[in-house]
Design a protein around this ligand. Structure first.
Ligand code: URA
Length: 239
């Protein structure tokens, strides 16, 4: 059971104060009757709540962002702009958070949601959801580096990474690699290359599971995911 004002606020109708005003004004009906009781307990699954005759939005939101460099993957930060700060206004105050982190200077696919269970499932190391990155490095990616990725790189702190796939993005350019990992350790891709004597000069995440960054989504923009796109995160993942 959920309080009526909380129910409406969590679905983006307004702030808690705004929805309380709305409820008191008589704009809200519960199962067909006007309800002015702000803390009326409702069973959200089985109750029809309308605002000015219209159904309210979904509780859970799933967003694909093409994260720009220069913003941090956090909900708040004293110094830097966060990925939540750059969302459109109507998506703020919905309890959204980034499901996983990209470094401040990394660009590309970031999922933002308010569904904690979903985020947990996506990030759980047990699920082995693959993340794919395009990495531009300051030297040449050799056959030896590709083999070391395949065997599982040992990081400077002694952590042995799981086997990862490294391919050249183009045959005639060995500064750019496509890396696939299914872990998410802090600075993992940078540290894997560093262990092979290479520094990353540009890093972009292009996919999570079978969900690819939409090529027509400009940097800094976001879109809500369809149900199919949400499923694509887990498709092909047998764990
Ligand atoms: N690995 C990194 O080093 N940085 C990222 O942002 C993501 C993966």
């Amino acid at each position: 059971m959920e309080r009526l004002d909380k129910h409406l606020a969590s679905r983006g109708v307004g702030t808690r104060k705004e929805v309380q005003k709305l409820i008191k004004s008589g704009a809200v009906t519960v199962d067909g009757s006007v309800c002015k009781i702000i803390d009326r307990k409702i069973d959200a699954e089985n109750t029809a709540v309308l605002v000015n005759g219209q159904p309210v939005g979904e509780k859970f939101i799933y967003i694909m962002m093409n994260k720009p460099a220069g913003v941090v993957s956090a909900t708040e930060d004293k110094r830097d702009k966060t990925v939540i700060d750059i969302l459109p206004d109507e998506l703020k105050r919905r309890g959204l958070f980034p499901a996983g982190r990209l470094d401040k200077d990394t660009e590309g696919l970031l999922i933002i949601t308010n569904d904690g269970d979903f985020a947990h499932r996506m990030l759980s190391p047990k699920k082995h959801v693959e993340k794919r990155y395009i990495a531009t490095v300051d030297g040449e990616i050799s056959e030896e580096t590709i083999k070391r990725f395949e065997q599982g790189i040992e990081l400077s702190d002694g952590y042995k990474c799981m086997p990862a796939k490294l391919e050249l993005a183009a045959k005639n350019d060995n500064n750019v690699g496509i890396v696939t990992i299914c872990e998410g350790k802090f600075h993992q891709v940078k540290r894997m290359f560093a262990a092979c004597g290479l520094n990353i000069v540009h890093l972009q995440r292009i996919s999570i599971g079978n969900l690819y960054l939409n090529s027509n989504l400009p940097i800094g923009y976001c879109k809500t995911l369809t149900n199919l796109e949400i499923m694509q995160i887990f498709i092909g993942n047998i764990h």
